[in-house]
Design a protein around this ligand. Structure first.
Ligand code: SF4
Ligand code: FES
Length: 385
């Protein structure tokens, strides 16, 4: 199947006439992680759970996903390498015929383990790099000594012949070192770099004032990225996630709701977007109780914002409505109180000016301390509000 494959279950009456097969599955194997990045996309209320899906359950999910048309599985977390049965999980993904991408901080990996994963059929590694300055990397991640270990892991990945993507989340504390981070990705032999400006939901929303760069810094980072993309053509590919607060039009969040991606949490919840659990009225299904195809095609959560029928003006009659699909619902909810509103990143939103000003004001003030991402810290976060 291809990205444009459309599916319809016999006898089903889905909310949209044509539903595409999803391209990717984000498999969040665990929320445990040795790092504590304050921009983590995992939910605030994550808890340590003895009820994580077993390797066998993931195997069943991967088979269902492959039948549904999924092509790629992203083994993620938290830190997926904290699963002692990662090898079994990978074997199941390979057996299902999925392209496998390991998204890791690398800090717990050994060369032997990576070699074993490559031998089992791992296709790709995506390594997160917090900063090229080791001290700054320690501060942002709340973890000591990550930077030299990551360089070593990057070298092993390339020695083992695996393709490598370096993922950099950009914010006010590392944006001035963006050129050095691009050089780093080239030096370690990455074929792709993801320059992701922080997306302000989950932990990043709590830490927005501590992370947000100025408009000038953002503009300069765009120039740097554009120049590097041109200069490094044929050497490294750039994936860029823009800064919403300084945008004029939004991104198609998640590639469009219910169009490309399925996110499955460590305990089997199936989400159209990793931050969607706070959306009022959303009904979240679980792979433990329903087939994945039913959830994708008929699930209330996936149909909540699928297509364009949910739209109000100005999205409803906008020529970009099938390009950005109205942007990000979680961002609309946090800024306007209505998940059906136009993403405030869009300059046609009535909230756009306030949205941009909020960023400019916070970026102009000294950064507050980080609220680090920790399992069980939700109660402390609530108490501080
Ligand atoms: Fe996108 Fe809606 Fe803005 Fe049009 S009005 S550009 S569809 S967010
Ligand atoms: Fe949920 Fe964008 S983060 S729709």
């Amino acid at each position: 199947m291809t990205e444009t494959t459309h599916i319809a279950e016999e006898g089903a009456a889905p909310a949209c006439e044509l539903i595409r097969a999803p391209l990717g599955l984000l498999a969040e194997l665990t929320y445990r992680c040795p790092l504590q990045c304050p921009y983590c996309s995992n939910p605030l209320n994550m808890e340590k759970s003895p009820a994580e899906l077993t390797a066998g359950e993931w195997g069943d999910v991967f088979q269902q996903a492959a039948r549904l048309g999924v092509l790629q599985v992203h083994l993620s977390g938290g830190e997926p390498c904290l699963r002692p049965d990662l090898e079994d999980i990978l074997k199941h993904a390979v057996a299902a015929g999925l392209y496998t991408n390991l998204i890791t901080s690398g800090v717990t990996l050994t060369r032997d383990r990576l070699e074993g994963l490559a031998a089992l059929g791992l296709d790709h590694v995506q390594l997160s790099v917090q900063d090229v300055d080791p001290e700054a990397a320690d501060i942002i991640s709340g973890y000591k000594g990550g930077a030299p270990k990551k360089r070593e892991v990057a070298r092993w990945v390339r020695e083992l012949g695996l393709p490598l993507t370096i993922n950099v989340v950009v914010h006010r504390h590392n944006i001035e070192r963006l050129p050095a981070m691009i050089d780093y990705a080239v030096e370690v032999g990455a074929g792709r770099i993801e320059v992701a400006h922080t997306q302000y939901y989950a932990w990043a929303l709590k830490n927005r004032a501590a992370l947000i760069p100025t408009r000038e810094q953002f503009k300069r980072s765009v120039e740097i990225t554009n120049e590097a993309r041109e200069r490094l053509k044929g050497i490294i590919v750039f994936d860029v996630v823009a800064h919403d607060h300084y945008a004029v039009r939004p991104k198609p969040c998640m590639g469009g709701w219910g169009r490309n991606l399925i996110d499955i949490t460590p305990t089997g919840k199936v989400l159209p977007c990793h931050a969607c659990e706070g959306i009022p009225g959303i009904e979240i299904d679980n792979v433990r109780t329903k087939p994945l195809a039913d959830i994708w095609i008929k699930g209330q959560s996936f149909n909540m914002f699928r297509g364009t029928s949910w739209m109000k003006e100005p999205c409803k009659s906008c020529e970009r409505r099938e390009i950005d699909w109205g942007g990000c619902h979680c961002q609309a909810l946090s800024m306007t109180g209505d998940a059906c509103a136009t993403d405030p990143a869009c300059e046609l939103s009535a909230f756009h000016k306030d949205f941009a000003k909020l960023a400019e004001d916070e970026a102009a003030a000294p950064p507050p301390p980080f609220i680090y991402r920790r399992i069980g810290a939700y109660t402390e976060v609530k108490a501080a509000e």
